[in-house]
Design a protein around this ligand. Structure first.
Ligand SMILES: [Zn+2]
Length: 171
C-alpha cells in the first residue's frame, strides 16, 4: 500500500469538482488502498482522492485512524441525501497544514454511496463523523473548509494562504 504525497492548497485538483467513478475496478481498489494508507500515515481521520491528485469522487474516513477496523469507511461516488441542524467545531485539513477554522456544518447527515464491492452503502452520522463526511464531500466538490468560513475570516485566511502558495509549502 504505497503512501502518496498529499496535494496542498493552491493545486488545481483541490479547487475543482472531481469526476464520478464509472466502474469500480482494480484501479479503484488500488486507489482506495493507497488512500487508506496515506490517511493513516498522515495521520488523519479522512481523505478524499483529489488530496492525492486524483480527480475522482472517492473518500475514506476512519475516526479511529486505524485503531478499530470497524470504523473504516470507504465510499465511491458519495452524496449527501439528508442534512439537518448546525454545529461548529475547529477543523484542520491535511492539504492545509498548520491552519484551522470552524465552518458551520450540519449536526446530522445521511450519506449514500457505493462500497468497494460496488454495493450501495448508507451512513447516518452526527457530531465528528458528520463533520468528517461534510469535509470529505466538500473535497470532491472542490471546496475546502476555508471556503466555508465567514467572509471576513475566509478573506483573511485566503490572503495568508496565497502567500504560503507563493512561498511554497515545505514538506
Ligand atoms: Zn481536508
Amino acid at each position: 500500500m504505497p503512501i502518496r504525497p498529499i496535494v496542498k492548497y493552491g493545486e488545481r485538483v483541490l479547487h475543482a469538482p472531481a469526476r464520478p467513478v464509472e466502474r469500480i475496478d482494480d484501479a479503484i481498489h488500488a486507489l482506495l488502498e493507497d488512500m487508506v494508507a496515506t490517511m493513516y500515515a498522515a495521520p488523519g481521520i479522512g481523505l478524499a482522492a483529489p488530496q492525492i491528485g486524483v480527480a475522482l469522487r472517492v473518500i475514506v474516513v476512519d475516526l479511529s485512524v486505524g485503531a478499530d477496523k470497524q470504523q473504516l469507511i470507504r465510499l465511491v461516488n458519495p452524496e449527501m441525501v439528508e442534512r439537518e441542524g448546525e454545529q461548529k467545531h475547529e477543523e484542520g485539513c491535511l492539504s492545509i497544514p498548520g491552519y484551522a477554522g470552524s465552518p458551520a456544518r450540519p449536526s446530522r447527515v445521511v450519506v449514500r454511496g457505493l462500497d468497494p464491492e460496488g454495493k450501495p452503502a448508507v451512513f447516518e452520522a452526527s457530531e465528528l463523523l458528520a463533520r468528517a463526511f461534510c469535509h470529505e464531500l466538500d473535497h470532491i466538490d472542490g471546496l475546502l473548509f476555508v471556503d466555508r468560513l465567514s467572509p471576513l475570516k475566509r478573506d483573511l485566511m485566503k490572503r495568508k494562504l496565497r502567500k504560503r502558495v507563493r512561498e511554497g509549502w515545505e514538506e
